[in-house]
Design a protein around this ligand. Structure first.
Ligand code: SF4
Length: 335
């Protein structure tokens, strides 16, 4: 059984105009224990909304449907109370801005210890001692627990935020753009830290990012989101070398760090508006491989190879107009 099982997850937001924005549309995911899993796509594709739904942290304007299970436990059915019981102890989250979320008037150690006390994981004394151990785990001397946030660099604060997320020993860590606000050297250190923690603690990590090189560097598998849906999911190598969706191929072709000197090709147009109905494939206006049926038929996510799913009509032998790259060949200009 996968540690994280998401089935047919939908999220709608009620807009002041009276319209509804359908931000997440039928997302399904299985993430295995100890896996480092990437959730990637452009801004507005639904990836952050998806992980906020997994944490039960969506605002009251959101409606959620579907099923989320972490280690077999249903996260959504218990409402806010159920989600609160589940946060920190089963699933914890590190945000892009987590390093700025510390209170300036309390020591770092006090703030790392607080969730343990609130959730009854440890007594006050034991929690304070554990805070020092957690700082050591993320590469900060335990004595620094007595310092205040302004006495830490940005990278140290983000490490401390990861330590705090681990304080109640969650099985699943959701990391939403955890390195975006940091300089390149510190980014690499934080990524190495996540990799090490996943390995040493057998922690399952879902890394949400628009940064493909980052995913290529540290993740085992990844899902590509577009227009609130999963466009493709596979092992990272397969996404890169054997992409079965034009959006994935074009994303890689638009990423200079992965092209080894080849020409970068930008993706024309912009992501779809999610407050309006979409007929056919959401990617069609930007797709360089669209066929006639793409304008009318919504492509369903389907297995295209072992452990590899994609939502594109080109994988349907009945379409038979264009073919995707052969397995083993670099996809488009990205390989
Ligand atoms: Fe392009 Fe059609 Fe595939 Fe959508 S279904 S990605 S429009 S080829």
């Amino acid at each position: 059984m996968a540690l994280l099982e998401v089935r047919d997850l939908h999220v709608w937001f009620a807009l002041p105009s009276g319209r509804e924005l359908h931000a997440v549309k039928g997302v399904g995911l299985d993430v295995e224990r100890g896996e480092l899993f990437g959730l990637i796509g452009e801004s507005g594709c639904g990836k952050t909304t998806t992980v906020l739904a997994l944490m039960g942290l969506l605002p009251s304007s959101a409606s959620v449907a579907g099923s989320v299970r972490v280690d077999g436990a249903d996260v959504l059915s218990g409402g806010e109370k159920g989600a609160r019981a589940h946060r920190w102890t089963e699933t914890a989250m590190v945000f892009q801005g987590s390093m700025n979320a510390f209170s300036p008037v309390k020591t770092i150690g006090w703030q790392i210890a607080e969730p343990m006390e609130i959730h009854g994981v440890a007594s006050r004394r034991a929690a304070r001692a554990r805070a020092g151990e957690l700082l050591e785990l993320v590469g900060i001397p335990a004595a620094a627990a007595r310092r205040y946030p302004h006495q830490f660099s940005g990278g140290m604060r983000q490490r401390a935020a990861i330590a705090m997320a681990l304080s109640c020993e969650p099985k699943l860590l959701l990391a939403d753009e955890p390195t975006t606000a940091l300089d390149v050297m510190v980014q690499a250190q934080i990524l190495e830290l996540l990799q090490r923690l996943a390995r040493e603690l057998h922690l399952t990590v879902v890394l949400v990012t628009h940064d493909l090189p980052l995913v290529a560097h540290i993740c085992d598998r990844a899902a590509v989101m577009y227009g609130g849906e999963i466009a493709e999911v596979a092992a990272v190598d397969a996404l890169y070398h054997e992409s079965r969706h034009p959006y994935t191929r074009m994303l890689f072709a638009a990423t200079p760090e992965l092209l080894g000197g080849k020409d970068v090709t930008s993706i024309p147009g912009s992501p779809p508006r999610l407050d309006q109905p979409i007929v056919g494939c959401a990617f069609r206006p930007r797709c360089d491989s669209a066929v006639v049926r793409c304008a009318t038929d919504h492509p369903a996510l389907a297995e295209v190879a072992r452990g590899h799913e994609a939502a594109c009509h080109l994988n349907d032998p009945a379409t038979g107009v264009l073919s995707v790259p052969d397995a083993g060949q670099p996809a488009g200009g990205a390989g």
